[in-house]
Design a protein around this ligand. Structure first.
Ligand SMILES: Cc1ncc(COP(=O)(O)O)c(C=O)c1O
Length: 410
């Protein structure tokens, strides 16, 4: 906890703070704002773990009794269950989503001198995994309607060195894969999905993750399916990719002390697998709740100047984040915090403008839609355990602050 400027507010105090900031009275005497009795966190994992504590405890105890802590039966069971959930033939359990991206790229044969097309509107790990192989990330701008890679710009970025495309399903919203799969097919490239935020999302009816050569999932604690520590997985329908990833995750070892290639220690721990198995049983229900929260926010914010990316009815977004876009993001964020509503910014700085990638030479303005999204995005509280009252409170407070649309087209 403890972001500066945040404090638990009593009902009247929270209201008076809103009124002060707004300088206009809030004419919602019976509204849920009035009922907000405490700070609404952007994410509160303690609620989930409080509810699951006993079950998690006995699962951890089972691992302790078996004392098989790395890979083993518990991890194998999780692999089976997660593969079934994402409707993929194979799941290779790993220690992070970053490792999953790295191994997927290696399986695609990406190496030094190659280029990999991706988006800069992501967590830096998307680009880092490309860099680990010795290849260069090539950033393509986003479609502002989805915040995901714009497939119409990807073709223009293909060169003789391009080896793969890595779309990211940001915030759990599927990237437009058909045109990218078609491009990959025509140009002989591999498509690797960064599905680290998109557990169970569907693109045109199919679960994301294994629609290209392979996909990466993260089980970082804050994810829709989160471990109690670091964890991730590679999924694929390709037997060769799965076998290679299994070999590479454990020092390139094919039999005890027989090493076929230089590999890594990317193995999943049994403690994480057992926690993930407890949570996986709830994932469908949690996702349903995330989708309900999103539609409630949409109702409450309709007609305001808050922009919300529309859902493609052919796809299923799993709302890892509920992201809105406003020009005065930072001011609005401060007002919400003052009123007791925590928010997050994913991501304040695109990857191509990070110091870590300065050597690539992207100037500010080179990816205008990505940069604009990073300046305007704000992620509202959105996690399954949010109460209806909190959701209404957040939506009504935001609607009061953001006000009505003054011009058409936002
Ligand atoms: C889009 C995206 N890609 C990659 C990663 C990396 O996953 P991990 O933190 O498990 O390595 C994350 C997780 O933060 C992510 O959100």
């Amino acid at each position: 906890m403890g972001r500066p400027g945040l404090r638990a507010g009593s009902i009247p105090a929270a209201r008076s703070r809103i009124s002060n900031v707004l300088s206009v009275p809030i004419a919602t005497p019976n509204s849920a704002i009035r009922e907000l009795a405490r700070v609404v966190p952007q994410l509160d994992l303690t609620r989930q773990h409080e509810a699951l504590r006993e079950e998690i405890r006995s699962a951890l105890d089972r691992v302790c009794r078996a004392s098989a802590f790395i890979l083993g039966a518990e991890v194998a069971k999780f692999e089976e269950e997660f593969a079934a959930h994402v409707e993929a033939k194979h799941c290779v359990a790993l220690n992070s989503g970053t490792s999953a991206l790295h191994l997927a790229l290696m399986a695609a044969g990406v190496g030094p001198g190659d280029e990999v097309i991706t988006t800069s509107n992501s967590m830096i790990a998307t680009a880092e995994a490309i860099s680990y192989t010795g290849a260069t990330p090539v950033f393509v701008d986003i479609d502002p309607a989805t915040a995901n890679i714009d497939p119409s710009l990807a073709e223009g970025a293909v060169t003789a060195r391009t080896r793969a495309i890595v779309p990211v399903h940001l915030y759990g919203r599927p990237a437009d894969l058909d045109p990218l799969l078609d491009l990959a097919d025509r140009k002989g490239l591999s498509l690797i999905e960064d599905a680290c935020q998109a557990h169970g999302a569907r693109y045109r009816g199919q679960r994301v993750g294994a629609l290209g050569l392979a996909g990466a999932f993260s089980f970082y604690p804050t994810k829709n399916l989160g471990a109690c520590g670091e964890a991730g997985a590679l999924v694929t329908n390709d037997d060769r990719v799965a076998a290679l990833a299994r070999n590479l995750r454990s020092h390139g070892e094919s039999r005890h002390y027989v090493h076929d290639r230089v590999g890594f220690n990317y193995r999943m721990e049994a403690f994480q697998a057992t926690v993930l198995r407890v949570k996986l049983k709830r994932l469908r229900q949690w996702t349903e709740r995330r989708r309900q929260i999103a539609s409630r926010y949409r109702e409450l914010l309709a007609g305001t100047r808050v922009e919300m990316p529309a859902d493609d009815p052919r796809n299923e977004c799993v709302y890892h984040q509920f992201a809105i876009y406003v020009d005065d993001r930072d001011q609005l964020r401060t007002k919400l915090e003052t009123g007791g509503v925590q928010t997050a910014v994913h991501y304040p700085q695109p990857i191509h403008l990070q110091k870590a990638y300065a050597s690539l030479g992207y100037a500010p303005g080179s990816l205008p839609h990505t940069e604009r999204a990073c300046q305007r995005v704000l992620c509202l509280p959105s996690f399954p355990e949010l109460t209806d009252q909190e959701i209404s409170g957040v939506g009504e407070m935001l609607a009061a602050f953001a006000g009505a649309r003054t011009t058409t087209g936002g």
